[in-house]
Design a protein around this ligand. Sequence first.
Ligand SMILES: [Fe+2]
Length: 203
Amino acid sequence: MKIPSRTEAEGMLNEAEGMNPGPWVDHVRYAARAAETIARELGDMDAENAYILALLHDIGRRTGRSKFRHMIDGYRYLEGLGYPDAARVCITHGFPIKDIDTVLHEKDVPDADWEFARKFLASVEYDDYDSLVQLADIVSMPHGYVLIDKRFVDVALRYGTTAHTAERWRAFFAVRDSFERRLGKSVYTLLPGVVENTFGFTE
Ligand SMILES: [Fe+2]
């Protein structure tokens, strides 16, 4: 797998945080630990690679505040460094359905980038790591792990919903279900703080 080492990936994240500080950095740190923990529990995935891929999935946010653009920016950044297997999750993590038209975010890129992503998604075959980063992403908020359903509502309140929202939710639940079948237990049993983060009250 052509991806950076853990140390190099941590360095990239620290640099990106300096360029565009924000809650996204804590979010990816939680996502990385979730991916590592789930991979280790499964036993047939590389936990180190899972950690690194999840840590870098939003690295495109290094270029500043953006919507869909962070996926393209992350892809180009990692591809340019010679890490195509890390680059791909910058796009695949947001698409449990491999169709650009199911996109969550606004189109804040030129047509050429949009069409590039359309073709990329149509041609890529998802592997276990693409799916694991999707799962790690949606259980992780900047303050810790939460019930996926809670995160969906959080995202819907921030960005609004589209005609594809319910379809995307079903696809994400299918990803969770497939990992839970392999684990033989709820993914939440592996993630500390879910009850507090999901059901805690806010003053
Ligand atoms: Fe993310």
